[in-house]
Ligand binder design. Structure first.
Ligand code: SAM
Length: 327
C-alpha cells in the first residue's frame, strides 16, 4: 500500500498519453496550439506499460488515461487492451472530448476499458464552436450515445462552468440526468492553461451552481463509493442519472487526494497545481531496473504536497499547460 506523508492512501495514476489535442478550447489553449513535446521525448506505450506494472505491484489499482486528447494517439486501443491485462488494475477509464468516440467506443469496450468521462461545455452547436473553435457538437453527442449503447458506464460528462461563457446552461445540463443514465459533473474553472486569461471573477462557484440546480429539482445527496474522486454526488429527485460537483477552487478536497500523474514525457507530478516533477523516463532510457522505477515512485510520494495553494499568496499558475498534464 502506498501512503504519503499525510497518511493518504495513493492508489490512482492519471496518465497523459499525449499533449496533442483536436480541439482548441478557449480556456485551455490558444488558437494556434502550444509548443509540442517532440515525438522522441514522449513515452512509448512499452515504457508506460513498464511503469504501470511496477506501480501496480506497489498499490496503484486505478488508472485513467487522458491528454491532450488520448484518442488521437495512434495505437491507443491496443495499448488499452495491454493495460487491461495488468491484474492489479481494477479500474481503467479514459477522459476524452468525445470527438472520436462514436467510431471507437465499441472497440475500446472490447479492449477492456471500463468507463469514460466526456468533456462537454455546451449543449448548443453554435456555442460549442465558439468555445472549442471546432464544429463538433454533433460528433460528440453521437459519441455519447454510442458510449451509452456499448455500456462504457457510468458515463460522466464534465462541464467547466464559466461566467458569461456557458453558465446559463447549468440547468439544461442538469435536466439531462432526468431521463438519461449520465452523471453530469460541474467543475469550477481553474487557474491553469494557456488559453484566454483566467480571472477569479469568471468562476461559477459550486455554491452558485448548487443554487441554480435547486431550480431543476431537489438535490438528494448520494454517499460516495471507493471509486469516487473529489466529486460530491447528488441525484435530482426522480432522476435516472446523477450530478457531481467538483469544487477545485472554492473547496479543499486535497485531504482525500489519492492520485499521482504521469506526463507524456515521463515525469510524475504530485499535484495538478504543483510544478514539482520527478523524472522516470531517464531511468527507463538509461538501463534502470524496476527497483529504480519504484524508488522514483517513492520520491514522488514523499514530495506530495498536503494541499494546493490556490487562494493563497503562495499560488503560482503552473508552468505546464493542462493539455500536457492531463486535467
Ligand atoms: N482531451 C480530453 C478531454 O477533453 O477531456 C482530456 C484532456 S482535458 C485537458 C481534461 C479536462 O480538463 C477537460 O474536461 C477540460 O475541460 C479540463 N480543463 C482544461 N482547462 C481547465 C481549466 N482551466 N479549469 C477547469 N478545467 C479545465
Amino acid at each position: 500500500m502506498l501512503l504519503d506523508p499525510y497518511k493518504r492512501k495513493i492508489n490512482y495514476l492519471r496518465i497523459s498519453v499525449t499533449d496533442r489535442c483536436n480541439l482548441r478550447c478557449r480556456y485551455c489553449m490558444p488558437e494556434e496550439g502550444i509548443p509540442l513535446i517532440s515525438h522522441q521525448d514522449i513515452l512509448t506505450y512499452e515504457e508506460i506499460l513498464r511503469i504501470v506494472r511496477v506501480f501496480a505491484t506497489e498499490g496503484i489499482s486505478k488508472v485513467r488515461l487522458t491528454g491532450g486528447e488520448p484518442l488521437v494517439r495512434k495505437g491507443i486501443v491496443d495499448f488499452i487492451s495491454r493495460l487491461s491485462q495488468i491484474r492489479e488494475i481494477k479500474d481503467l477509464s479514459l477522459t476524452t472530448n468525445g470527438l472520436l468516440l462514436k467510431d471507437l467506443a465499441e472497440v475500446l469496450k472490447q479492449a477492456g476499458l471500463k468507463r469514460v468521462n466526456i468533456s462537454l461545455d455546451s449543449l448548443r452547436k453554435d456555442r460549442f464552436l465558439e468555445i472549442t473553435r471546432r464544429d463538433g457538437f454533433g460528433q460528440v453527442w453521437a459519441g455519447i450515445e454510442e458510449a451509452l449503447r456499448v455500456g462504457l458506464s457510468p458515463i460522466k460528462i464534465n462541464m467547466v462552468a464559466i461566467k458569461g461563457l456557458n453558465d446559463d446552461e447549468v440547468e439544461s445540463f442538469a435536466q439531462l440526468t432526468l431521463h438519461l443514465p449520465l452523471t453530469i459533473r460541474f467543475i469550477e474553472y481553474m487557474p491553469s492553461g494557456n488559453g484566454e486569461e483566467w480571472k477569479e471573477s469568471d468562476i461559477l462557484t459550486i455554491p452558485q451552481i448548487q443554487s441554480r440546480l435547486q431550480k431543476v429539482g431537489e438535490l438528494i445527496p448520494i454517499p460516495s463509493d471507493q471509486w469516487d474522486g473529489p466529486a460530491k454526488r447528488f441525484r435530482i429527485e426522480g432522476a435516472t442519472g446523477e450530478i457531481g460537483l467538483i469544487g477545485a477552487v472554492s473547496s479543499h478536497f486535497c485531504g482525500d487526494c489519492n492520485r499521482l500523474r504521469l506526463t507524456p514525457d515521463g515525469k510524475i507530478r504530485t499535484c495538478l497545481f504543483s510544478d514539482e516533477e520527478i523524472d522516470v523516463r531517464e531511468i527507463l532510457r538509461t538501463g534502470g531496473i524496476d527497483q529504480d522505477i519504484k524508488e522514483r515512485l517513492l520520491v514522488a510520494l514523499e514530495a506530495k504536497p498536503e494541499r494546493h495553494l490556490i487562494n493563497t499568496h503562495l499560488f503560482k499558475k503552473c508552468q505546464r499547460n493542462m493539455s500536457a498534464i492531463g486535467g
